[in-house]
Design a protein around this ligand. Structure first.
Ligand SMILES: [Zn+2]
Ligand SMILES: [Zn+2]
Length: 406
């Protein structure tokens, strides 16, 4: 069974825990090495107090080694504490690609990126050996470029353009967003034309970023669940060198594309090639689906635990058509990043599997490992939530009791 160094560790939900662990190891190593010299100088100098390394002093040696593969597998990591932290959060889970929000995804206005954040992000990208080709920022959820209401669309466009400018400031090349919705006030064709117009205007206001349209599950009035709709947008984009598509596996399945079998995956990607064109495929979101085929429900599930099953992911990460593009997990992680570490190592393992009689057995054991990890972390989270609720309820009851007695 393939395991990464991280996957064998105990719960390490935040970077600082891993950092503490690796520092402990390094500290132990440095004590061993320094024994001799301390003997020599013990009589002369008092022992110096050890100083903890700060975040910025950490070297790439403090992180797990990443495997080398043409399939660039990663996850949508947290930007909490500054956009530059995404790089380390990605390295921490062994990701060879990553996604991030370049500002709060649920607010219209966010303070601009400051020079220090930008500089630190670029420095870390270089230090950890990430290519901007494998970073797929995700746009704000508020954006709807297909809204026929001019004022609302303008607000969305401003937010969209701000996202794109942040990406360019960070030296990134790709930007992924949800195409939008008619909000029931326009035809799909009208909204598609509005989205394309916004992309054309955004191209003129930026220098190099490629705008990547995500396929959607297709609930309600949402645009982009069918390849023909993605093609409809691209057809109206003037600069076709700066537009692309990101295919989300969960959304594909929910929209009715049955990729749960090898044949289904092949047929779907061939259909994408004939309708849109494979040259437009700039990234993928790897998510299993809780919801059924054609349900139009967007419910992400951990790899191998949903309706898609693990085999399709083996087909995807061993398909030459998905090489050298970011393949991003957006699966539930219950505040425990080791779930992503496990899923990433699983996918890397799948991409190296030789197609023989042992495949079903290996897949089964990988699914078992993910299942037990997810179960334990999900239970931990539920327990924590319940404890907090109980504490709050007890405090409230105490308060009420006190006021009744007063
Ligand atoms: Zn998305
Ligand atoms: Zn989704």
């Amino acid at each position: 069974m393939v395991q990464t160094r991280r996957s064998t560790r105990a719960a390490a939900p935040v970077l600082s825990t891993s950092t503490a662990e690796s520092l402990k190891r390094r500290k132990a190593a440095s004590v061993d090495k320094s024994d001799d010299s301390e003997h020599k100088s013990a009589a002369k100098k008092p022992a110096r107090k050890r100083r903890k390394k700060t975040e910025d002093e950490l070297s790439t040696d403090d992180f797990p080694e990443r495997i080398s593969s043409p399939w660039k597998i990663g996850a949508h990591v947290s930007a909490a504490g500054g956009v530059e932290n995404t790089v380390r959060n990605a390295a921490f889970v062994g990701a060879n690609a990553f996604a991030l929000f370049v500002k709060s995804q649920r607010k219209w206005d966010s303070p601009p990126l400051c020079a220090e954040n930008i500089e630190a992000f670029k420095r870390r990208m270089h230090a950890f050996g990430y290519s901007s080709k494998h970073v797929l920022p995700h746009g704000s959820y508020l954006i709807n470029l297909g809204n026929p209401d001019e004022e609302k669309r303008q607000k969305s466009f401003d937010c969209f353009l701000d996202d794109l400018q942040r990406c360019e400031q960070l030296g990134l090349e790709l930007y992924n967003f949800h195409p939008g919705s008619t909000v029931g006030q326009a035809t799909k064709e009208e909204s598609i034309a509005l989205i394309a117009e916004c992309i054309n205007n955004a191209h003129k206001a930026t220098t190099h970023i490629t705008i990547v349209i995500e396929n959607m599950a297709g609930s309600g009035n949402v645009i982009g669940s069918q390849f023909s709709e993605l093609k409809g947008i691209i057809d109206l984009v003037e600069n076709k060198t700066r537009v692309g598509v990101c295919l989300d596996t969960c959304h594909l399945f929910a929209a009715g594309y049955d990729i749960s079998t090898m044949d289904g995956w092949d047929t779907t990607l061939s259909e994408f090639d004939s309708v849109v064109g494979l040259s437009y495929l700039k990234g993928m979101h790897l998510n299993d689906s809780k919801a059924a085929l054609g349900s139009r429900k967007d419910r992400h599930e951990n790899i191998g635990l949903g309706q898609l099953g693990i085999s399709v992911f083996r087909h995807i990460v061993s398909d030459s058509r998905t090489q050298h593009i970011p393949l991003i997990l957006e699966t539930p992680m219950f505040d425990a990043t080791e779930i992503w570490t496990k899923e990433i190592s699983t996918l890397n393992c799948l991409s190296k599997l030789v197609d023989d009689s042992k495949v079903p057995e290996t897949e089964l054991s990988l699914v078992d490992e993910i299942t037990s990890l997810v179960r334990s972390r999900a239970t931990n989270k539920v327990t924590k939530v319940n404890k907090t609720r109980t504490r709050k309820r007890d405090a409230k009851e105490e308060e009420e009791h006190d006021s009744e007695c007063a």
